[in-house]
Ligand binder design. Sequence first.
Ligand code: MRU
Length: 351
Amino acid sequence: MSNRSPIKSVRWSNDGRSVRIIDQRELPERLVERDIAMLDEFCGAIRTLAVRGAPAIGVFAAMGLACVMQRRVELPRDAFDRELETAAERLRATRPTAVNLAWAIDRMLACAASTPGEPLGVATALRRTADALHADDIAMCRRIGELALSLLTDGARVLTHCNAGALATTGIGTALAPIYLAQEAGRAVQVIASETRPLLQGSRLTAWELERAGIPVTVATDGAIASLMRAGKIDLAIVGADRIAANGDVANKIGTYALAVLARHHGLPFYVAAPTSTIDREMASGESIPIEARDPNEVRAFLGAPSAPLGVTALNPAFDVTPAELITAIVTDRAVHYPPYDFRRIERQDR
Ligand code: MRU
């Protein structure tokens, strides 16, 4: 078991005037922390994946709004409200798929709308709401871990994709939460992290944080998973989610759908773990989930070096949608949900 300090993907800096992040673009080579204070920097950090993972970007955007608006308390109230609205819309536009981002921003706007009086009081309320979202995220991760732990048999060899761990949240992760709790309980568990082309969140980030925690982890290319399943080297898969539609369709990192198809073909359980803030009750099915299209250059290059002809057309959808019928269970902070899924009326933490 590791005795290292817990990973803090985002937190307030010591003077509380900026937000300290782990810059995930630098991992696994270097552990670099940066302090972010300006709106442009908050937006840039999310867009370039310095801060990433659905729950983490939600909390980070909320802290960003609190941080930026605490410097604007001298404004008259109506100008303060207009600036808050503009900042919120700029942050919202940074990444379209992860619904936690819009959800957290809406919580912040609702907080301002329900706080009468001078901007100083509103800024204080915004800070309190951001802190509450942060605390809730930590608690939700732990609860997901407790519920999902029952799905892991002793000695399980668990496939995960992308990074849905401590780096992607402000707690112990979603898909990786039961792995951390298994370790805490002294249970044997092994993780197979698929590399996750093109930006390698699996090999760069999941492998980094699990190794750091002393949890056995093996990296494999995305293309190797089918034969590993066929060879009986994987017992189950558990992944995170960026948005879950009311019918249980799940948007997650590109490649997730392929893994779910493979799991079904090989008779393996395929689980999704996510907080209730990732459920979009208003979205009837996955068909309407907006899928972020990222820069094709991320596909045409590998770690900065060209890996395809310069001008070749490249597609770079950041996410795909796994149909509910391929998902064995969805673990939220409330329950382990089994098909048929119906999240139309599920309660969220709507502060
Ligand atoms: O593009 P990313 O790295 O932000 O994608 C992250 C994922 O797809 C995660 O699986 C998802 O956000 C869940 S994180 C707990």
